[in-house]
Design a binder for this molecule. Sequence first.
Ligand code: 48H
Length: 263
Amino acid sequence: MKLDDVKISEAIIKSYMRKLLSVLKTDVAIVGGGPAGLTAAYCLARAKKKVVLFERKLSLGGGIWGGGMQFNEIVVQEGGRKILREFGIRTTGARKGYYCADAVEVASTLCSKAIQAGARVMNLLSVEDVMVEKERVTGLVINWSAVEMAGLHVDPISVRSKFVIDATGHATEIAHLIEEKTGPGLATESGGVIGEGSMWADQAEVLTMENTREIFPNVYVAGMAANAVFGGPRMGPIFGGMLMSGKKVADLILRRLESENLR
Ligand code: 48H
């Protein structure tokens, strides 16, 4: 068959527009495609929820790719290994309780499994604001990352979602946005983002799980952002907490969706 260049363009435009239209109203909108966001996307999609994940960058995976100091291996503990196994990702036991996984295998597999489970993953799109109605977040405001990078004055568009997950990592962008626009109403002691503490892997892994929760009506925080919001320490290249936090946030939202459907 002779290829028609314009038909290639037409196929891409039609298919992308179908995808974009399909994410305008969702159950859960996730900001950030690192380990926490991708794990949450997979767990929610597997439970048949309508889920979209927005990632600013070209590639998904966030901080996974670089492992520790560009050694492309990550470490997980027992709980993290269990989740990696669910994804079919292999680990090697450096020593009991410290399991290594190939960072490239982890990033690519989390991404492919989330998409195959039914999550819509939209890269090259940045979340620049949230929609707030009656003191609760009702969706996200998105724009092309290229617009953001070029600093162009181009207005964004909005997507509605029952729940939002801030999985933006160290930057904690959604929590900062909410604090900036609505005042100190976050579920922290100060009502604002406390900021992440210094390295202490053991505490950080425990606190990441504790800090994975709702921080503003309809907004949950997961992964590194959870520690940054509540002032937990950082943990370096151990990623089990990120995976477990992604799973926990999905479970919390699944329970909410279930109870709200029953009402
Ligand atoms: C669209 C956005 C926006 C936005 C940010 O940094 P991540 O990998 O986040 P986590 O929490 O899943 O994992 C953290 C982990 O990678 C890490 O950094 C660890 C364990 N550090 C420990 C330590 O001590 O340093 O991914 C977040 C993603 C990135 O890909 C961003 O590009 C993306 O979110 N993002 N996407 N719109 N406004 N903000």
